[in-house]
Design a binder for this molecule. Structure first.
Ligand code: HGY
Ligand code: MN
Ligand code: MN
Length: 400
């Protein structure tokens, strides 16, 4: 818990926790984490996308590895457990094994990905996709709000974009991936359970919508002659909410909106906003996205504003490995806890790693199900339980 508090001190914004991919705070957090890993006796490297990898060698040198990990980037004004808990829980479990001088016929690698939230650049899961061998070089030209490209940010962080291909793990190098993560929802707390096992992770599609009307004088342009980009965008936002409410198993969120020129006495000429659409069922999600874009286009036509819609991210719904679900459930039962299976509404690096090897996720109860919010909290007892379950899982893990 002290380490999670220490990591939370690495922030790009004073007074709140915001640690974006490849930022100064990401750099100092990665370095502090690397230090803890070295003290635990792990061999540490930071790969060409900024992922911190700590390897606990096997009894058989060069043996394939079981991966434990999650992400250390955060959203803006974040809680301190989303992502970081999975990295620290993995580190603490391996530290315990090192103390016991226990070795396994496989290695263990604790990985700390840097781009799961996708807040800085219009892409996400960059570092975990690269480790799974699915890095898309086109994202190197993606730029953040200041116009800094991912390529430039990697170089500033101390990474070499030319070495990205070497980040990819081959199937033979890895056995499976286990991610401990706060539930970010109310199910475990309402069931009075400390942990749960994830069955599948909802798929997600992210869009950027640009609405272009006509800037004008707030005092002189008659209401009926206006092509107000913000009034149009506001009607679109409510249409998205209405459509998502009308469909089962669809979540749709407008998380970000920029208004230009954003002056009290100017009719907004253009607006840009994001839409995040989620569902456990990809077909259903695509149909909902179709309905949303149709409705937005109609509003744009009625209001005589121009419109452009682009998809910035898409990740299909991802099933966790039945073998991993079973192994994690058994570890939970062996320690005397009831096993609860549940889906994940939130996205995770496990979606990217599932393309490489079997993945499993252990959810940990969080207070009020609150996340992406500084009020995010877990109990010391539950933090202790999740590490004990990881150790129980490890000691019974039989490579397939
Ligand atoms: O957006 C998500 O679901 C995750 O927190 N990045
Ligand atoms: Mn997360
Ligand atoms: Mn998150």
């Amino acid at each position: 818990m002290e380490r999670l508090d220490a990591l939370a001190r690495h922030s790009d914004e004073p007074g709140k926790l915001t640690r974006l991919y490849l930022s100064a705070a990401h750099k100092t957090a990665a370095e502090e984490l690397a230090g803890w890993m070295r003290e635990a006796g792990l061999t540490v490297s930071i790969d060409a996308l900024g992922t911190v990898v700590g390897r606990y060698e096997s009894a058989i040198p060069g043996a394939p590895a079981l991966l434990f990990g999650s992400h250390i980037d955060t959203v803006r004004d974040a809680g301190r457990y989303d992502g970081a808990l999975g990295v620290i829980a993995g580190l603490v479990a391996v530290e315990e094994l090192a103390k016991r001088h226990e070795k396994f016929p496989f290695a263990i690698e604790v990985v700390a990905f840097g781009d799961e939230e996708g807040v800085r650049f219009p892409t996400t899961l960059t570092s975990s996709r690269a480790l799974a061998g699915n890095f898309d070089p086109a994202v190197l030209d993606a730029c953040d709000a200041e116009g800094v490209s991912l390529r430039k940010a990697l170089i500033a962080f101390g990474c070499d974009p030319a070495a990205i291909a070497s980040v990819a793990k081959s199937r033979e190098q890895v056995l499976a991936y286990v991610e401990v993560h706060i539930e970010q929802g109310p199910v475990l707390e309402s069931s009075n359970l400390p942990v749960g096992v994830v069955t599948a992770i909802n798929g997600v599609r992210r869009l950027t919508v640009a609405v272009t009307g006509e800037a004008g004088h707030a005092g002189t342009v008659p209401m009926r002659l206006r092509r107000d980009a913000l009034a149009a965008a506001a009607e679109m936002v409510l249409a998205v909410e209405r459509i998502a409410n009308s469909l089962s198993n669809i979540m749709a969120t407008i998380g970000r909106m920029e208004v230009f020129p954003c002056a009290v006495n100017v009719i907004p000429g253009s607006v840009q906003f994001t839409i995040d659409v989620r569902s456990p069922d990809d077909m259903h999600r695509d149909a909902a996205t179709e309905e949303i874009t149709r409705s937005i286009r109609k509003i744009a036509a009625d209001r005589r504003v121009e419109l452009s819609i682009s998809t910035t991210h898409e990740a299909p719904a991802t099933a966790c490995s039945p073998v991993m679900i079973d192994a994690l459930s058994r570890a939970i039962k062996n320690l005397g806890y009831a096993t609860r299976l549940l889906p994940s509404g939130a996205g995770h690096d496990a979606m990217a790693i599932a393309k490489l090897c079997p993945v499993g996720m252990l959810f940990v109860r969080c207070a009020g199900g609150i996340s992406h919010n500084p009020k995010e909290a877990i109990s010391l007892q539950d933090a202790d339980i999740c590490v004990r379950i990881l150790l129980e899982f490890l000691c019974n893990f039989k490579p397939a």
